[in-house]
Design a protein around this ligand. Structure first.
Ligand SMILES: Cc1ncc(COP(=O)(O)O)c(C=O)c1O
Length: 462
């Protein structure tokens, strides 16, 4: 059945001003390169990711399924390593998506790995990432996590509280490797991003405040401990950031602290870690920075600030997560029901939802969506793609333009779901979490298997 087309927006004027849909795309079958995995294309109308036909992937691995283009991840790693050069360091923030295969890829392309829990640390170690190329983050690391990190000899621990410095000092006594400690500072920068993705304004849980003097005191305490090595300063201003203005202000404030450290303790910081947060394009409206320009700009900022302050430039580290894996992956869903709520909107229900992508509900994130299993020349239909969970906020794509001949059983693909989707996935409504399938040169292999109901029931002790 061909449905009513809505070429220029909702049929009735009942959409709130803040809820305006974008204009329909010129071509519903297009795959804008900035948003889709770099090698995504249509062959005879069917979406191919990493050379694999999405119909075959759905048949073999089921839906929903995350399809990750390995070469896409690797190429983005190479771009970061090239752009930041031999005197910079790039660490992949594993929280974006953490599994052994991906950590092996990024490590083999020359990146270190950032972890922020004992769980992520175990994945990195078991993937064979050398401990000295791992950094441990977290605002409330347990004694066990710190102990494991110190015993394993991780390269850096990022100190986030006074309690933690005391714990580290205790654990470092007699440790084979003296822990290198970075002090995480809260620079007071209001990053232009969603409130829950901004991490350097004063009123939040991470780091030591520069404004209050806590950061200076943290450095004093690390330096006072003979078993800890003070390695430098860390700042992370937030996530999904498009311009470098926030990094400039943060670098300026961190360099001011570095000057105070030199004046008070007679040492210059060896390392400046500016964190991650580099944005990617989820929709046509997102203007993500080119990595080369980003690197040039961050280096110039740090060079300029250090020169002005009379400091030698410390080694610059960055920690991209989303920018490495975000665009590499699409989620494939099968269309279930299509419901016209008369006079309001069309709801397309798919077989996943907020359990595999919470970002729309959590951050009001915007996504694109395309018919993947075939091409269509039917006119566009404005609809809302929703999941199968018992929440009205279970929205996958708030405003999607899909062909008006969309039917049950069609496959839909949502691009840019490589970061913070599988890693934030849940079992809400006892829905098993989907598989992640890596594709490369037409071959597909699961790198995280789909959970089963047996997995879930095995946790339930009756
Ligand atoms: C300390 C730190 N580094 C790096 C990242 C990675 O951020 P993104 O994935 O936006 O690059 C985060 C994300 O929250 C973070 O908290």
């Amino acid at each position: 059945m061909s449905r009513v087309a809505h070429p220029a927006g909702p049929r009735h004027g009942d959409v709130l001003p803040a809820d305006h849909p974008p204009v329909p795309p010129d071509d519903l079958n297009a795959l804008p390169a900035r948003i889709w995995p770099r090698r995504a294309r249509r062959v005879d109308g069917v979406l191919m990711i990493g050379g694999a036909d999405v119909r075959d992937l759905a048949a073999e691995f089921g839906t929903p399924v995350y399809v990750c283009d390995e070469e896409d991840v690797r190429s983005r790693c190479r771009e970061y390593v090239d752009a930041f050069g031999p005197d910079g360091r790039v660490f992949y923030a594993a929280k974006a998506f953490c599994c052994r295969a991906v950590l092996r890829w990024v490590h083999s392309e020359g990146l270190g790995v950032d972890v922020c829990t004992g769980g992520e640390l175990e994945v990195a170690l078991s993937a064979g990432v050398p401990p000295e190329q791992i950094t441990l983050h977290g605002n409330n690391k347990t004694l066990e996590e710190l102990s494991r990190a110190v015993a394993a000899g991780v390269g850096h621990v990022v100190a986030d509280s006074f309690e933690e410095i005391a714990r580290l000092a205790y654990l470092a006594e007699g440790a084979a490797v003296r822990p290198n400690v970075l002090v995480r500072v809260t620079t007071g920068v209001e990053a232009t991003t969603h409130e829950f993705m901004a991490t350097a304004h004063d009123d939040q849980k991470f780091g030591f405040s520069l404004a209050s003097g806590a950061a200076d005191e943290a450095v004093r305490r690390v330096l006072a401990c003979p078993d800890l090595e003070f390695a430098g300063l860390h700042s992370h201003i937030g996530s999904q950031i498009f311009d470098t203005a926030g990094f400039e202000v943060a670098a300026h404030r961190v360099v001011e602290l570095a000057v105070r450290i030199r004046d008070e303790h007679g040492i210059e910081i060896a390392e400046l870690d500016l964190g991650g947060g580099f944005g990617i394009a989820y929709t046509e409206e997102d203007d993500a920075p080119e990595v080369k320009e980003l690197a040039q700009s961050l280096r110039a900022i740090v060079d300029g600030q250090c020169r002005a302050a009379g400091l030698a430039r410390p080694r610059l580290t960055v920690e991209p997560g989303r920018a490495i894996v975000g665009s590499s992956t699409v989620t494939l869903y099968e269309v279930g029901t299509i419901k016209d709520v008369d006079g309001l909107r069309t709801y397309v229900s798919v077989d996943g939802g907020m359990s595999d992508n919470i970002r729309t509900a959590l951050y009001d994130a915007s996504y694109l969506c395309a018919l993947a299993s075939r091409e269509s020349s039917a006119p566009p239909m404005l609809c809302r793609v929703v999941g199968r969970h018992c929440e009205s906020g279970d929205i996958v794509v708030r405003h999607a333009y899909l062909p008006s001949d969309l039917a049950t059983g069609d496959l839909l693909a949502v691009p840019a779901t490589g970061a913070y989707c599988r890693s934030l996935a849940s079992n809400y409504n006892h829905v098993p979490r989907p598989a992640v399938v890596a594709v490369n040169q037409g071959a597909a292999r699961p790198i995280l298997r789909r959970e089963t109901l047996t997995d879930l029931l095995s946790l339930d002790l009756g």
